[in-house]
Design a protein around this ligand. Structure first.
Ligand code: COA
Length: 172
């Protein structure tokens, strides 16, 4: 079991701001989620995953010092979020989701860029994730950001049962 790391949230988000400008989404902001954000996050979670985490699961994640939930806000509403876990040197993206009516507008990419900034601010040099092998939207997002497939996990997912593709990006 790798040693865990407490996330420090002091880092620059310049790269993310550039990403929003590219998509002309000047009102998008990304920051740490609070307990009061959990209902909105749950809503997106339920719309995005066949086996969604409960509000209690998300609350425990918020209280876990080795995890962090970041949410993207636009027009005063949460439109996406991601959940990161940190070990001593690596970061695992446990979840990323964007509200269905806000997809294909650059929010997923902006969240991922934000993750890379969080990693840089925490001296984490490798990012790992798992994804359903049929999830072409997510796989093309990750591939476009430099992730490579490193392995598969047989029947990793339920409802429906499916293999997971494990991906990795080594940060510069
Ligand atoms: C995966 C997900 C987070 C992407 O979020 P998004 O905000 O729509 O992504 P972006 O608009 O930033 O797209 C970035 C790139 O990803 C790829 N992409 C995103 N959606 C795609 C789709 N439906 N089909 C093909 N490529 C897609 C494209 O390369 C896209 O770049 P482009 O728009 O310049 O072509 C979103 O589809 C989602 O929430 N899915 C449900 C939850 C999920 O599956 N999460 C991943 C679990 S591992």
């Amino acid at each position: 079991m790798p040693a865990c790391r407490h996330f420090s949230h002091n880092y620059s988000s310049r790269r993310v701001a550039a990403e929003w400008n590219k998509y002309n989404m000047t009102d998008l902001s990304i920051g740490e989620a609070q307990i009061s954000d959990l209902d909105e996050i749950c809503e997106i979670e339920n719309l995005s995953f066949s086996t969604p985490w409960s509000k209690d699961d998300l609350k425990s994640t918020l209280e876990n010092d080795s995890a962090a939930i970041y949410c993207a806000r636009s027009e005063g509403k949460i439109c996406g979020y991601m959940i990161l876990y940190g070990t001593l040197f690596d970061c695992d993206i446990a979840k990323i989701a964007v509200c269905p009516d806000k997809r294909r507008q650059g929010i997923g990419r902006a969240l991922m860029e934000y993750c890379f900034d969080v990693c840089a601010g925490n001296d984490l040099d490798t990012v790992f994730l798992e994804v359903r092998e049929s999830n072409t939207a997510a796989i093309s997002l990750y591939t476009s950001l430099g992730f490579e497939q490193i392995n598969t996990r047989k029947d990793y997912y339920k409802a429906p049962e499916e293999d997971a593709v494990m991906m990795r990006k080594v940060l510069n």
